[in-house]
Design a protein around this ligand. Structure first.
Ligand SMILES: [Fe+2]
Ligand SMILES: [Fe+2]
Length: 405
């Protein structure tokens, strides 16, 4: 059996193995394939505003290689992580002398390297997800031939995506909501809001509603600054609740809860929230977590129980293909199924930096029949779509009444 086949087998037959085990095997295979005496495999992590390399494996195993390297630390590994290029030096000592190589990070501590090479591990989208450095002991006198670049490309096609996927799955399994300072502060605010009695000149219930409107507005400004979006979503949702025959108390709660659907975006890292180019897998997950953050912020108060369930569920889809839990049909609370249609109608009508505004007919047709992005049958509760279809002119009216100036 040739080397390439045995590596493919290793990945295919053990899909559930941990990232560390897989990284160790991958590195071992890379050493065998490119005839290297040792090496280090790092995974690239982006946490909030910082990026770093995390050591996932080294060969021969040694505890003396750094575990975490900040991305701005000068070394061969960090250069490759940032540029995605390959670096190859035949004389490690000379390169170390001019600070192209860092002994503490770029090769196993118990080696005296001669030739050294570093390659970027990439995923299917060609994003750099890690770095592999390989080195030969100076006594062997072997350099890395040009051919090793092609061998690495072949290795990378199998290993890059597999290691990234294993790492991601493992971290998703470990996610516990880690309240940031910002979320703690928000939560305290919400707790206060829930028991608020008066704001100067405004009493009781009105004060409560005014305060959460301000919170919703603050969250919108933090996100896209989309004017009256949240207030229109309140009105569409209230109207849909009535059309569906829900009682007055339910509709009243819907009217002030709907606007908080995206409050969790305040927990999303600003670098991810404001990124204009496509999000990578990790960033997409952080963005999707706004549902979970919102729920954690809001479920502290019994008065905000409906708002919390909307925040958590407004991206679930009728056919189970939504997030964060993949709930389907009646597992998704009705409040969230209503707000979803309200939210999407309003987003379609609004001009955003990446899309033009649609008129009422176009927005209505997309909700009723779908388009290339929205599969109407799979996305929405058919009962809510029907209620929307029967009364769609009222949506246009709400849009006009509360239009942004
Ligand atoms: Fe959302
Ligand atoms: Fe929204």
């Amino acid at each position: 059996m040739n080397k390439r086949l045995s590596f493919a087998d290793m990945l295919d037959h053990h899909p559930g193995q941990s990232a560390a085990v897989l990284a160790g095997k991958a590195l071992h295979q890379a050493c065998a394939l490119m005839q290297a005496d040792g090496g280090v495999l790092y995974l690239l992590r982006h946490d909030k505003e910082e990026s770093s390399l995390i050591r996932a494996a080294s060969w021969p195993e040694t505890s003396e290689v750094e575990d975490i390297i900040p991305i701005d630390h000068p070394s061969m590994s960090t250069i490759v992580a940032q540029t995605g290029s390959t670096l190859k030096f035949d004389d490690a000592a000379a390169s170390e002398a001019i600070a192209l190589i860092d002994r503490a990070t770029d090769f196993p501590a118990d080696m005296e390297p001669g030739a050294i090479a570093a390659f970027a591990l990439t995923n299917h989208a060609k994003d750099v997800v890690g770095v592999v450095t390989l080195s030969n002991d100076v006594s062997s006198g072997r350099a890395f031939a040009q051919e090793s670049l092609e061998l690495f490309a072949r290795f990378n096609r199998l290993a890059g995506a597999a290691v990234e996927r294993a790492d991601l799955l493992e971290r998703i399994g470990q996610i516990r909501f880690d309240p940031t300072e910002r979320n703690n502060r928000l939560r305290q605010q919400v707790e206060k809001l829930a028991f608020i009695e008066d704001i100067e000149g405004v009493r009781g219930d009105d004060a409560f509603r005014l305060a959460i409107s301000m919170l919703a507005r603050a969250a919108e400004i933090y996100d896209e600054g989309t004017g009256n979006h949240v207030f229109r979503v309140n009105e569409y949702s209230h109207f849909l609740g009535q059309t569906l025959g829900m009682d007055a108390k339910y509709c009243h709660q819907l009217r002030y809860s709907a606007q908080l659907h995206d409050v969790g975006k305040m927990g999303v890292a600003p670098t991810v929230l404001r990124k204009t180019s496509a999000l990578n897998t990790e960033e997409r997950r952080e963005m999707d977590n706004h549902t979970i953050y919102g729920h954690r912020i809001l479920n502290q108060s019994p008065r905000l129980a409906m708002a919390a369930e909307i925040a958590l569920n407004h991206h679930e889809k009728w056919d189970g293909s939504g997030y964060p839990d993949g709930k389907r049909e009646d597992e998704i609370p009705l409040s969230a199924r209503i707000v979803q249609i309200a939210d999407i109608y309003d987003a379609l009508r609004s001009k955003r930096p990446y899309k033009p505004a649609l008129d009422h007919q176009q927005a209505r047709d997309i909700i009723l029949h779908g388009d290339d992005r929205i599969d109407a049958g799979g996305h929405f509760d058919p009962r809510v779509v029907e209620a929307f279809g029967d009364t769609h002119e009222s949506f246009d009216k709400i849009w006009r009444n509360l239009q942004d100036v």
